[in-house]
Design a binder for this molecule. Sequence first.
Ligand code: ADP
Ligand code: MG
Length: 692
Amino acid sequence: MSRIPAPPSRLLAPSNNFGQGNTFAKRKVLTDRDTNSSPSKRSKNESTRSQVPITGRASFMPKTKTKTENVPPAKPRRASLAPKSMGPKTSSRSTLMPKTGTRPTMGARPVSKSSLVPKAEPKAAAANPVKAKPKRAAWDVKGRLLDMEAAFKDVLKEKDTNKSKFTDYNARIEALEIEKKSLNQNLAQSQTVSLAHQDKIDILKQQLMHSEDESSKQVGNLQKDLRDSKITIENLEFKNSTLERRIKSLTSELSARDEEVLGLKSTMSQLTTSQAGTEALLSSTKQILDERTCRVKELDETVSELENKIEDITRKLADGETMRRKLHNQVQELKGNIRVFCRLRPLLSDEVKANGGDDTIHHVNILDEKSLEVSKGDLNSSSMSGLQNRGTGRFDFSYDYVFGPNDGQGCVFNEIQQLVQSALDGYNVCVFAYGQTGSGKTYTMEGKHGDATHEGMIPRTVKEIFSAMHIAKEKGWTYSVAVNIMEIYNETIRDLLAPKGSANLTHEIKRVDKNTDEVMVSNLTHTQVETADHVHHLLKQANQKRAVAATNMNEHSSRSHCVFQLKITGKNSKTTESCEATLSLVDLAGSERIKESGAEGQRLTETLNINKSLANLGNVMLALGQKSAHVPYRNSKLTHLLINSLGGNSKTLMFVNLSPLDACLNETLNSLRFATKVNQCHIGTATKQIKK
Ligand code: ADP
Ligand code: MG
């Protein structure tokens, strides 16, 4: 910048102001010339001009010098630029047309009137008729000549004027040339300066861009800082609000604490007052406590003594239990012969109704839990003389147990419960239900499933077995139980748990092997069971199968034996002992006698078979009792099947079910006689089967 001198302000003006600047320059040049013109020159000009009359036309020229000193120099210049029409026409006319009435000279004639006089002149003349020159008459040649001379003089004057104008113009052109030159110089200078400035502008632009970049960077940084600050502010505000909340909660807590403190203070004062009393009480209590402590000590000693005693007793009890079990087994083993339980069912509601609402059992009387009497007459009739009737129609019977009409299922089961333990201990157990149809065999064996009061021996035995198995687990015993259910009808075995499609399979009783009498039934289904419910389900299944085969369910079931067997296998992990036993529960066919002569066809076959099998059961018992060399097990399917449960190693129980109906008296007597026969058998001592 320092290189370039500061241009004059008008040169720095933008190009569109150049015209103005030019005008200004022009004016200045003219003014300078005006001021530079020496007074002598001016006076010379004036003197020159003074010879020529100043006409209105001269006022059109830009010659200020021609004017008098009193006229300001700028004014004529401006006037010279004004249009010609603005000039004072009146004065020029007065110059051209003198008012004098002298005739124009002839010398002025050569200039044509039209070329010398402006066309507006006649119009002006017409407008000013007072000053108009009268037209000379044609004969006034002299006048006209004078006019012409005057006109000629005017032309000459005008020529001089034009000459001076021309000179003026030349001078002015020169001045303009000079001015143009100076302007060109100025222009060149301006361009140079402009170029210099352009460079400068470029540099400045670059600097500007650079500084813009920097500023944008700075702005970015500042914005980032701003954002950071905003976040910081937000965080601080959040912290602040959290703290405020905390302060609030603490304040409220504090006030609550204050209240609490106040309350505590009042409580404390109350306590302080009561403390004295309490202390007194405490000291007395302490005294009592000391006494009690002494007593407790004494009692502790007593307790420990008692505990020792209890331990002793428990040990003795355990020994006693072991002894009891041993003795129990010994008793069971000594009782080894088949045991007989007699059960007299109650009169059913229908039967009571039919009897006119009388529920008295007339012919059977239970004397005690082991004996009963049967009379052909009415035992309850007052007319009956005991002695007389006893001699003729009264019979006494005694068995291992006699259950009356009011003894429920639970009571009956209590008496056979020990047999369940025997089965788990490895003894074969066989329970029969013997009696005429309708005497209560099925009720006793099965009862009503799922009914806690009426469920029979089978469901109760199953439950007992599973619970005993559970207890025996603690002693290291684990058992597995398999169920099979079959029916013996007309000396044919039917598998009541056979899967579908195996109906045609035959079931034969076979020896397990040559060295043993143990038998098995071919193609028989053995189902492993783990719960009492499962067994219940299997029993239902078996009953359905029985019903499907029968045209008359009741009749069919009473004409066949139903055998339910549980095969129990046990292992003791502690003693490595193992045992196995079969628990058989048999619902025998109805024992009522049907005269063979009266029966025909299927009925005759059934009757023969039932008679045969029941009679054979009695014979087997008898043979066993008499220790015969030959026991006719194989004479019927039933005894053959139960060969292992009716021998020396088994425990057998026979229920003799009795009907209370008067009409059944004879059958009742038959059953009782059969039971007595069985009861008198001594099968021998049962032996625990221990697998080796
Ligand atoms: P069975 O099987 O010997 O032919 P049921 O067991 O079918 O005889 O008994 C015949 C009827 O007597 C059934 O309705 C049964 O419910 C009923 N009954 C049998 N014994 C008793 C008893 N001890 N208590 C109540 N009802 C019994
Ligand atoms: Mg039955």
